[in-house]
Ligand binder design. Structure first.
Ligand SMILES: NC(=O)c1ccc[n+]([C@@H]2O[C@H](COP(=O)([O-])OP(=O)(O)OC[C@H]3O[C@@H](n4cnc5c(N)ncnc54)[C@H](O)[C@@H]3O)[C@@H](O)[C@H]2O)c1
Length: 381
């Protein structure tokens, strides 16, 4: 979402259920605000903060970044809050010192989520953690075990769960509007090359996992979170790069995921495309029709449904950042499960890791083409 659209959006009022909040909070508080901390004041952390400052029912008390200047930038974004937002460069120190926090947002790099979010849960606080869960099966397992024991609520930043086009589309799929899913087709093509920390495969987990995990999550959702049994994939770095290319995330991937009922998902995630080839596509085809999720379009087979049913149900298309954060507050107040909890987020993340395992040989540090079975991933149940 652009800064412009963030700024022009109206203030969203918090749920009237604020009075019921104290019982549901990990750290109890007598007032009706959710007191927040943030770990990771980079690009996404600052976007989350800007959204929060436009939502009622939250107060940001403290922010943390390893880079002091970024923590200061975070505090500036929250300059409306009294007392002033305190800054930290050590997240454990922040958790220790800030006794009044109810919840913490974690927006560190993909490979630092478990490390930063597990202590938040262990402190009994609610947590909103950016996607994916983390970058390796081991860290996803570790995060899952901690989350299953946690008292606080844990929501992940797969924001399409709060975007009407996807929510309504999934309802149509789950109520049989297109019949049994037979295949899914997707793409995310970009005109730019991979940059920034995505040059570091360890930090990001690879471009497919880091970015296209949003799409893996959508297709896992369409399959009711029944994971794929097998993935065959090809990954490559197609452009010349300076330095060591073997630990650089791929900029070109093509994947096929096969599900237990023989439905499959075929997908390409490609950089350096000419402009007309760019953009997102997420199609779900069933026996009785198809759904284009980002476009909120239902295409029933002739005589098998109403094309308009879907489009009329969807009033706007946004990327869901406000909606997911507003919902995070309401879930805390209402003591209700988030739409995207650890059990769903871990499966979507594992689907992303499965894709990377199929396209990247970690021992040889080489991209190529191979197949991986879900059962061989080593994920806990
Ligand atoms: N849901 C979305 O639409 C969306 C969009 C963009 C990014 N993201 C996700 O948000 C996360 C952050 O992405 P970004 O682009 O903002 O990255 P970034 O590199 O801009 O910011 C990450 C920040 O975390 C800080 N950090 C790392 N470890 C820390 C620690 N131990 N303690 C304190 N601070 C620490 C870094 O110093 C850095 O400033 C990623 O997981 C990314 O996938 C989600």
């Amino acid at each position: 979402m652009s800064e412009h659209s963030l700024n022009r959006r109206r203030f969203i009022s918090a749920s009237a259920a604020a009075a019921a909040m104290s019982a549901a909070r990990g750290a109890s508080s007598a007032n009706d605000e959710i007191v927040l901390g943030l770990i990771g004041c980079g690009g996404r952390g600052q976007t989350l903060l800007r959204a929060i400052t436009n939502l009622k029912g939250f107060r940001v008390a403290a922010v943390c970044d390893l880079i002091e200047e970024r923590a200061q930038q975070g505090a500036m974004i929250g300059e409306q809050y009294k007392p002033a937002v305190r800054t930290y460069t050590n997240y454990l120190r922040m958790l220790d010192a800030e006794k009044k926090l109810d919840a913490v947002l974690v927006a560190t790099e993909e490979g630092n989520h478990a490390k930063c979010a597990i202590p938040v849960l262990e402190a009994g606080l609610h947590c909103f953690c950016e996607k994916p869960v983390d970058t390796t099966v081991e860290k996803v397992n570790q995060f899952t075990l901690a989350a299953r024991k946690a008292k606080g609520l844990l929501q992940f930043g797969f924001q399409r769960h709060y975007v009407p086009a996807f929510v309504e589309g999934m309802k149509l799929i789950q109520t049989g509007a297109i019949g049994d899913v037979t295949f899914m087709q997707g793409k995310w093509h970009w005109s730019s090359d991979v940059g920034g920390r995505y040059l570091d495969l360890i930090q990001s987990g690879g471009w497919f996992l880091a970015q296209a995990c949003h799409h893996a999550d959508v297709m896992m959702w369409a399959m009711n979170y029944q994971p794929p049994v097998k993935c065959s994939a090809m990954g490559a770095i197609t452009e010349h790069v300076e330095g060591e290319p073997k630990v650089r995330a791929e900029n070109h991937s093509a994947l096929i995921f096969e599900f237990a009922n023989k439905a499959f998902f075929s997908y390409t995630h490609i950089m350096n495309c000419c402009e007309p080839f760019t953009g997102e596509q997420l199609w779900v085809q069933g026996q009785n029709g198809g759904i284009d999720l980002p476009a909120a379009k239902l295409y029933p087979r002739p005589g098998m449904g109403d094309t308009n049913a879907y489009a009329e149900a969807v009033t706007h298309w946004e990327n869901g950042t406000y909606e997911e954060l507003e919902a995070f507050g309401n879930h805390i107040r209402e003591n209700e499960k988030p739409r995207i909890d650890i059990e769903k987020a871990r499966l979507s993340t594992l689907m992303g890791i499965m894709g990377r395992h199929a396209m990247y040989n970690e021992d040889a540090r080489e991209f190529g083409m191979s197949s991986v079975k879900w059962d061989d991933l080593g994920a806990i149940l």
